[in-house]
Design a protein around this ligand. Structure first.
Ligand SMILES: Cc1cc2nc3c(=O)[nH]c(=O)nc-3n(C[C@H](O)[C@H](O)[C@H](O)COP(=O)(O)O)c2cc1C
Length: 373
């Protein structure tokens, strides 16, 4: 606990809140540039923990968003990166990865792009590191900047855990199965985020309600619940199960601070529970999102999407961006979203999401829900 920190009266609070120096056990998910300084600072200023999504950024960009966040909040926040399966995969440029893309897939992507009327982007990004391959250099910046919480998705934190521990930071890993949970703890994770398949973005096969008790039984570090948590009911249920916080993505997409276009936020508000689907058309890995012209075209294509890091480079070469920028284009921009999107019916400030979620959970946990009597 930080020296000034007090347990907030009447709100849910866990030992992990002490460790992270936060007031309420609500963490906003790293979601690429969508989770930028504005969203992260708003969540941290509201008493939760905001986490920057830095996977697609160059090391200089990572430094710049960390510094911008510090201008907006003096509260703790974290940085999230997609880690490669093996660090030897690090440092490949977009150009190098592009040279490995089979002709058949180039032709398919070019045909889909032409059918959709997408102008091929200029070749300016060939020297950039390909998605998920620059973790070593990104980690160096996060360490230099003294960020207190590091969140790793997909791969193992093994190659970075010791350095973060020496710096006094907390290492968090996102997993989708009990086996992965045990592996990341062995590799140095201090906290495990267990995400059910209903979550937005990269996702596994096991549902949240089945996954959480099994991960809680399998590891002896704090477990954070993720996948389909969008209000105080999800927070209360997670805490009752024994989790120490929630990691929330989709609910924060429909906030004023989220770095996506207005039509993308409107898409979340309009979505039903069954609207999000799993597609490999953007990142090469299973990614839950609202379908669009690009994903539908790949569903019907003669070839399967390539694995990461090839498919993101192919998508980038064709579309110019993975589409998580503010100026995203309807029909081709990636629209990550989980099944909880159906619950979301308004765009509010991120602080309001934190406030409502904590207050509703507190009421339920105090036994005021009424339905048990
Ligand atoms: C649009 C979008 C982008 C995402 N990008 C990332 C990312 O860059 N890194 C990451 O670790 N997780 C990413 N995720 C997954 C989230 O971190 C989180 O695990 C998930 O959203 C939780 O489930 P929920 O959407 O049901 O709240 C993304 C999710 C969404 C919806």
């Amino acid at each position: 606990m930080t020296s000034q920190q007090q347990k907030p009266e009447g709100l849910p609070y866990t030992p992990l809140c002490d460790r992270l120096g936060i007031d309420v056990p609500i963490i906003s998910a790293g979601m690429g540039p969508i989770a930028g300084p504005e969203l992260v600072a708003a969540v941290s200023n509201a008493g939760g923990l905001g986490v920057l999504g830095c996977t697609s950024m160059s090391p200089d960009e990572v430094r710049s968003v960390i510094r911008r966040t510090r201008e907006l909040t003096d509260r703790p926040f974290g940085v999230d990166l997609i880690l490669p399966a093996r660090i030897e995969q690090g440092g490949m440029s977009v150009g190098e990865v592009a040279s490995l893309i089979p002709d058949e897939h180039r032709a398919t992507a070019a045909r889909i792009g032409a059918d959709l009327g997408v102008e091929p982007p200029p070749e300016h990004s060939a020297d950039r590191a390909a998605l998920g391959t620059d973790a070593e250099a990104q980690v160096e910046v996060i360490l230099q900047e003294g960020v207190p919480v590091f969140v790793g998705a997909l791969g193992s934190p093994g190659f970075v855990a010791e350095r973060f521990h020496e710096a006094g930071a907390t290492v968090v890993s996102i997993v989708g199965s009990t086996k992965q949970a045990m592996a990341v703890v062995k590799d140095g994770a201090d906290v495990v985020i267990a995400q059910g398949t209903e979550g937005g973005g990269h996702t596994g096969h096991v549902g949240t309600f089945a996954l959480l008790p099994q991960v809680l039984d399998a590891v002896d570090v704090p477990v954070v619940a993720a996948g389909g948590i969008g209000d105080g009911r999800g927070l209360a249920a997670s805490l009752l199960m024994g989790c120490q916080a929630v990691w929330v993505g989709t609910r924060f997409l429909a906030t004023e601070e989220a770095g996506i276009a207005g039509w993308q936020k409107a898409g979340i508000v309009a979505a039903a529970d069954q609207s999000p689907v799993i597609s490999r058309a953007y990142t090469g890995k299973r990614f839950r999102m609202l379908p669009n012209d690009w994903t539908r075209a790949w569903d019907e294509a003669d070839v399967e999407p390539l694995p990461m890091p090839l498919q993101p480079v192919l998508a980038g070469m064709t579309l110019g961006t993975l589409g998580t920028d503010r100026g995203g284009r309807e029909g081709v921009s990636m629209n990550g979203a989980g099944n909880i999107a159906g619950l979301i019916d308004e765009i509010v400030p991120a602080a309001e999401v934190v406030r409502r979620m904590a207050a509703e959970a507190a009421e339920l946990l105090a036994g005021a829900g009424g339905h048990l009597r």
